[in-house]
Design a protein around this ligand. Sequence first.
Ligand code: PEP
Length: 253
Amino acid sequence: MRKQIIGSSWKMHINSINMAEETGEDLNKLLGHESRVEMFILPSFPMIPKLSEVLKNSSIKYGAQNMCYEEKGAFTGEVPPLVLKELGCSYVEIGHAERRSYFNERDENINKKVRLAFKYGMIPVVCIGEEERDKKENIGEIKIRSQILWALNGLSKEDAQEVILAYEPVWAIGKEEAASVDYVENMHGHIRDIVKKELGEEVSKNIRIIYGGSVGPENSKELSKREDIDGVFVGRFGLEAENFKSIVDNFIR
Ligand code: PEP
């Protein structure tokens, strides 16, 4: 049985170390002993050492929003995977839509990052999702297939089933409304089918697929009831500890 998982990327919404510390402490008070679901937060890089203190021995794990696709060398401004490992990161987000569009992140490098995440003992949270224009032209599923094939390329079955696939339709990120629950469930089924075809039944049964894109306490209730939705990935509406807790509570079975 797949364990439900709820994550939150703080992006740059939380933009000071003090604010990160306070939010981490609030979350820890509310959820630090919750073990029925898996939870993680992804702050900006420089906040990670502070969060590692705040969340010491907590059920809430932490990670990074990105990392370099190489291990070391002349890559100005990048963050090496080893440093994330040294800081105790359990997760690393890879290929978010904002990174794909603003920072030109390419599928080849996303695959390199996924492999490096495993090399350094971190779980990759790989973002996939179609854009508005793909949806309009009915090629959303093809786009997603290609993103999945690239992300999982070359992984062993053991590693592939540990990947967390975050389905985030680009047209639903940062909006007032999320994708409809039926739409999400249908896409998750499609994603699981692709994984089954490429990597076999076992991997497809074990891999966790979470939904992201304008998730909040309200719509997470309905999302949590669907079989193929293994959790959610939250942005704006999870920045308040109380809201994050309400979302987590919805997923406790
Ligand atoms: C995201 O971009 O990953 C995200 C889930 O953002 P929001 O919830 O703010 O739409």
